[in-house]
Design a protein around this ligand. Structure first.
Ligand code: TRP
Length: 442
């Protein structure tokens, strides 16, 4: 007996779940180090433009595909366009599998840091503490803890698990972030952080690499390019404007990333930790910030706990969307019950994540290949598909656009501008991925 296809209980539930997918480690962990690597405010500015012109239009396309197909990432491309595109669904699922395998490792670090900071057990040498947390048995154990939490939520189903968790966790996350940003504003020497973060250096705005990293970040942060948003939208009933929904999700995600910067940059500058942030991809959150929290004593314990709790919530609500894609694919493929599918998909991902837990270089390589290259490939496919091949997009979005001109702009963005921009980004991403592979072989 196959179970009936699940659906959301309310539109707010769907929106919070989708924002929960988008808002994740990407907003705090990836955004902070990219922004500091690519010139602070210049990056922030370019990023905002990319979100509006590339991210949101693609997000709307994914939502339309999912709601129209009533199938998740695995089946939707084939259903909408025909059998010759079934491989696209397989690519989506593979990408999601790869991303979740290392995403869960970082979620595990987060859970571990939450416990350590709450207990006041941050060591003076935070770099050494991080090195210990990110390798060996401890890292594997916490990765398994993170996967278990993710599995537990997804096993509850779309309504009883994902939606219910999002309705509680997302508001909690917003409150925590606002409180943290307000606290950061009281730091006497945080001003330099705001200046770096908010005052753009015009020379950095027009550089190609600023643009490429902004596009990569937009994909990752908006959960685009592998059908996660598509799968969530496949549980929607007809009616309701996907255009508005897409923009709301994109704006919420951008706002959280922005607010995250208002928390991290003043702290980083207050404690003179700039050097540590750009140096390593993980430095910003797991090395620099605990250092600040340790210096602050009791206050640091409270603030640090709030910070890692927020981060853990953000990470979990994203991990569940990745796992849901896999679970839906297993159910579609085998007709199994949801519970059985969750155990299989969760177990397989837990295993696949072990190498990333043991070795930071593996994690970095997986992030460059799946989190950069494959997502951009997926986005390119989605743009071309909705722009040129799948003819149902218009009907699915009918009346959703505030003005016919916006609709035309959307179509031409998908047909020409976005593919052109992504092709440009892809050249760099392919070169980067080949470099990663070559380094691994050597
Ligand atoms: N968007 C999440 C973040 O910013 C990560 C994420 C969840 C994701 N689902 C995804 C990334 C699907 C790419 C594709 O942390």
């Amino acid at each position: 007996m196959t179970e009936p296809r699940p659906s959301w209980h309310s539109n707010v539930g769907f929106l919070l779940a989708a924002v929960g997918s988008a808002v994740g480690l990407g907003n705090l962990w990836r955004f902070a180090y990219l922004a500091s690597e690519s010139g602070g405010a210049a990056f922030v500015l370019v990023y905002l433009v990319v979100i509006v012109l590339v991210g949101a239009p693609l997000l709307v396309a994914e939502l339309a595909m999912g709601r129209s197909a009533r199938e998740g990432a695995f089946r939707a491309p084939g259903r909408l366009v025909g059998r010759r595109l079934e491989w696209v669904g397989a690519l989506f699922v593979l990408t999601g599998f790869a991303i979740l395998s290392y995403y869960s490792v970082i979620t595990g670090w987060t859970a571990r840091y939450l416990v350590a900071v709450a207990r006041g057990a941050v060591e003076r040498d935070t770099a050494a503490q991080f090195a210990a947390a990110a390798s060996g048995g401890a890292a594997v154990t916490w990765h398994l803890v993170a996967m278990a939490l993710t599995v537990a939520i997804v096993a509850g189903g779309v309504r009883g698990g994902i939606e219910r968790a999002s309705l509680v966790l997302m508001p909690a996350l917003f409150v925590l972030l606002i409180a943290l940003a307000a606290w950061a504003a009281t730091l006497p020497d945080g001003g330099a952080g705001y200046a770096f973060y908010l005052r753009p250096d015009p020379a950095r705005i027009w550089r190609l690499d600023t643009f490429t990293s902004a596009v990569g970040q937009a994909f990752f942060s908006l959960s685009l390019g592998m059908g996660a948003m598509l799968t969530y939208a496949s549980y929607l009933q007809k009616g309701g404007s996907l255009v508005r929904e897409g923009f709301v999700i994109a704006l919420a995600d951008g706002s959280v990333a922005f607010a995250g910067g208002l928390v991290t940059f003043p702290i980083v500058y207050q404690f003179g930790l700039q050097g540590q942030v750009g140096e390593s991809t993980v430095g910003a959150l797991f090395i620099a910030l605990p250092h600040a929290f340790a210096t602050l004593g009791a206050t640091g314990r409270i603030v640090g706990t709030a910070f890692f709790l927020a981060l853990l919530i953000a990470a979990l609500t994203s991990a569940i969307s990745l796992l849901e894609v896999l679970v839906d694919a297993v159910v579609a493929r085998t007709g199994w019950s949801r519970r059985r599918a969750v155990v299989l998909a969760g177990g397989a991902t837990a295993l696949a994540g072990v190498p990333a837990a043991l070795d930071l270089r593996w994690l970095g390589a997986a992030d460059r290949i799946a989190g950069n290259l494959l997502l951009v490939v997926g986005g390119l496919i989605i743009a071309i598909l909705t722009g040129w091949i799948w003819t149902g997009a218009d009907a699915e979005l009918a009346d959703g656009f505030p003005h016919p001109r916006v609709r035309r702009a959307w179509i031409w963005l998908l047909r020409v501008a976005i593919p052109a921009a992504l092709a440009l980004v892809l050249v760099g991403a392919v070169r980067d991925a080949l470099g990663v592979i070559a380094a691994a072989i050597r």
